[in-house]
Design a protein around this ligand. Structure first.
Ligand code: 13P
Length: 256
C-alpha cells in the first residue's frame, strides 16, 4: 500500500451469508473491533436484505456499508432487481461490480460490467470492480492480458474526472474460497500491471490515486505481507470477513 497517494480499503464481502439476525451479531462484533481504524477505510458488503440494518448500526462510526451487486438499468420493469439509486438512498457507499461469481454463475460480461460501473458512478456510488484470471488462463501464461482487458473494458466509458471514485479488486478465480492465496509476487505483479494499464489511459497522476485491492483467501496470517506491497492497497475478504475477530485482524494489519 502507498498511503501517500491513495486510500487503503479493507472490505468484507459476505456473499450469500448472514440472515438479518446473524448480521446484527456480526456487525456489532465488527463495530467493536474496527471502529477506531485509523489509516484504512473499512467496508462491509452485505446482502441486500441486511443493508438497512447495517446502515443503522454503523451510522455513527467510520465503517461504510457496501452492496454486492446492482442492476445496470436506472429503474423499470426488472422484477427482483435493485437499482443504484435504491442503494444510494439506503445509505450504501460502495458496490461490488463484476465479481467472478457473478461472471461465472450469472453470465455477467465485460460489457455489462462497464454499464454497471457507469450507472454506479452516476448514482454517486463507488464501484469495487473485480477482475482476475482462471487457473487455466494462468497456466496458459495469459494472466496479464486477461486482467488488462477486463480493466480496459470496465473503464471504457469512465472519464478521468471519475477515476478517483473507482476501486479495483484483483481476485484470481483459483484463489477464491480455496484456501490457496496468490503469492506476494503474483499479487504484486498483477496489481502493478493494473496500475500500468491505468497509467497508459489516464496518466501517472490519475493512476496513482486508485486503490487496488487483492482478494482470494486473504486472512489474518497472509494479510500483512500482501499489504506490504506498494501496489496492493487493501483487501476484498470473503470467508474471513464472516468472523469479527479474523476481519479485525486484517483491518489491524492494514493499520500498521
Ligand atoms: P475468500 O476470501 O473467501 O477467498 O473470497 C474472496 C472473494 O471472493 C471476495 O470477494
Amino acid at each position: 500500500m502507498n498511503r501517500r497517494y491513495r486510500k487503503t480499503i479493507i472490505a468484507g464481502n459476505w456473499k450469500m451469508n448472514m440472515t438479518p439476525s446473524e448480521a446484527r451479531t456480526l456487525i456489532n462484533g465488527v463495530k467493536a473491533h474496527c471502529a477506531k481504524s485509523k489509516w484504512c477505510e473499512t467496508v462491509v458488503c452485505v446482502p441486500y436484505i441486511d443493508i438497512p440494518l447495517a446502515v443503522r448500526l454503523l451510522k455513527d462510526c467510520r465503517i461504510s456499508v457496501g452492496a454486492q451487486n446492482m442492476h445496470h438499468e436506472a429503474s423499470g420493469a426488472y422484477t427482483g432487481e435493485i437499482s443504484a439509486a435504491m442503494l444510494k438512498d439506503a445509505g450504501v457507499k460502495y458496490v461490488v461490480v463484476g465479481h467472478s461469481e457473478r461472471r461465472q454463475y450469472f453470465g455477467e460480461t465485460d460489457a455489462l460490467v462497464s454499464e454497471k460501473v457507469v450507472r454506479a458512478l452516476a448514482a454517486d456510488l463507488r464501484p469495487i470492480i473485480c477482475v482476475g484470471e482462471t487457473l487455466q488462463q494462468r497456466d496458459m501464461g495469459i494472466t496479464l492480458e486477461i486482467v488488462g482487458a477486463q480493466v480496459k473494458a470496465a473503464l471504457s466509458a469512465v472519464g478521468a474526472d471519475k477515476l478517483r471514485r473507482i476501486v479495483f479488486a484483483y481476485e484470481p478465480v483459483w484463489a477464491i474460497g480455496t484456501g490457496r492465496t496468490a503469492t506476494v509476487e503474483q499479487a504484486s505483479e498483477v496489481c502493478n500491471h493494473i496500475r500500468a494499464v491505468l497509467r497508459k489511459k489516464y496518466g501517472a497522476r490519475g493512476a496513482r490515486s486508485v486503490t487496488i485491492q487483492y482478494g482470494g483467501s486473504m486472512n489474518e496470517t497472509n494479510a500483512k505481507e500482501l499489504l506490504a506491497e506498494l501496489d496492493v492497497d487493501g483487501g476484498l475478504i470473503g470467508g474471513a470477513s464472516l468472523n469479527a475477530d479474523s476481519f479485525a485482524a486484517i483491518v489491524n494489519a492494514a493499520n500498521q
